[in-house]
Design a protein around this ligand. Sequence first.
Ligand SMILES: [Zn+2]
Length: 155
Amino acid sequence: MPRVSRVYAYLGPAELLDQVRPGVEGEPVTSAADVERLCRDEPFTYVVALDGTLRIAPRRSEHVACAGGRSVLAAGEITFHGTAVTEVSNQSTGYCPGEESWPAVADAIDRAGLERPDGFTHTFVFRHCSGCGELNVVKDDYHVCVFCEKDLDPV
Ligand SMILES: [Zn+2]
């Protein structure tokens, strides 16, 4: 049964969006063969495109470039071993996807026929400060802006 997924628009710096060129988005991963040829020593940047396809790019790539400048269903970092996904996170300060993006990630990995964990192996919580507008990565439930020390909204 199709699930309703949340769509994440790009929130990062506009100058990175300006650098996105057509046709340079991440490589689609649609089968085990697509990951068998990868160098697997380090994580990749990934996005789940709006059509549900997992796309990956070298780790230092910007998520917005991997997505071709478009909105996504999920974004983060992913590590493969053989044809299995060993680690996957929602770490993307460009898109700030929530933990609720996991079903889109799981569906994309399942469509490619890869083994995967049952959830994010690392989960990040992103909050924009209502005071200064800066993006915070919330650690250890410490909901205070590191830039201006205002309390961050808990949800
Ligand atoms: Zn602040």
